[in-house]
Design a protein around this ligand. Sequence first.
Ligand code: ARG
Length: 467
Amino acid sequence: MSKDSSKKTSDTKLWGGRFSEPTDAFVEAFTASVEFDQRMYRQDIEGSRAHARMLTHVGVLNQEDCAAILKGLDQVEQEIAEGQFEWSVAREDVHMNIEARLTELVGDAGKRLHTGRSRNDQVATDIRLYLREQIGFALAELQRLKQGLLDLAENEADTIMPGFTHLQVAQPVTFGHHLLAWFEMMHRDTGRLEDCARRLNVLPLGSAALAGTSYPLDRHYTAELLGFDDVCRNSLDAVSDRDFAIEFCAASALIMTHLSRFSEELVLWSSAQFDFIDLPDRFCTGSSIMPQKKNPDVPELVRGKTGRVNGNLVSLLTLMKSQPLAYNKDNQEDKEPLFDTIDTLLGSLRAFADMIPAIEAKKDNMYRAARQGFSTATDLADYLVRKGLPFRDAHEVVGKAVALGVAEKRDLSEMSLQELQQFSDIIAEDVFDVLTLEGSVASRNHIGGTAPEQVRQAVAQARDRIS
Ligand code: ARG
């Protein structure tokens, strides 16, 4: 026996009692999570404080030990915050690192902290606490982004641009209206995150390893200390399911998907071919070889990062799908996808919230583009319907007028009354009111429509909805 392996495992491991040889060095590193779960140290300490207080409240721990634990935890927290803490892979994870250091500091009291608790309910609690806080940050960024969208939409309520279907010019819309579409998506995203935060805010502690505990714990007391709305109702479920993390990743995947579609538009719009917007230089980068380039890196990256968030969702679903009840070590693999999702989401939302208010609309270019592609053809058809023609016939008439326009490269509004009348004699001078872009957008004046007046109303209502 080497000198090292002659050491009792219980000297180095909090669970070493039943082991007769030390953990293989590779296995130790392979099974450790401390490198990535240490980011939950504040939540782990907060959970321990509450657990110690509750144990004291029910008489399982005495006041003296409780005071020593609380004092020790303060010191551990300070050491970590100041970068003085020595994280150890031998101590496997954030929970055992903190408990072992606490015990070094306060002796036996530290060893009593884990009474009636398991790392299984501890880690489930820590993740919920951590995610709850991070969702708060994401909601704040979403709010900032939505406010930016509303401000811009209000400024651009009268700005006319082409609306697209199939990426072909379809009908004129106002830029403000287009921006409000993004607002609606972001607003639903907010609701999804709020739902997720509400459902996850339930306390696992007290479930212990899987079956509950024989100590007379007061779980509601712990829940109240930690700001949970309720306690988990089944111990097996509490320690093993990660549906709250999956739900968050699903909500994040949707947010990123929305941001990615939005990004795609920003990339297109800032190209020389569209030239609808200017993104400020501080959100773009240049090329090392082509001096003229200004690349929309931020939207491109957000579009790209959507892939990893979608991937993280699939990772977690796959991680969960074959696990028998209750806790399995597989669940340690929940953290990296979850943390990566959080980081990616927060970064992307921040970038968008910063960038949106700085977008500059090139109104003239948008207007000119809206005049191409016969975007008021539907308005002409509606005009004919109002004069008594059945819609299908009107569609046919306008189709012929468009064919002439295509052949002669002229918009409908550029044709003379006589020219238009050769397609239908019910066309009169007032047709030009509907063939203008302004007339077209102004006529769609109902809830959800593109008229400038509606955009202004929708913005005002949206401000109420998010206040
Ligand atoms: N590091 C572990 C995790 O993240 C903590 C729970 C370990 N529990 C256990 N019985 N090995 O899931």
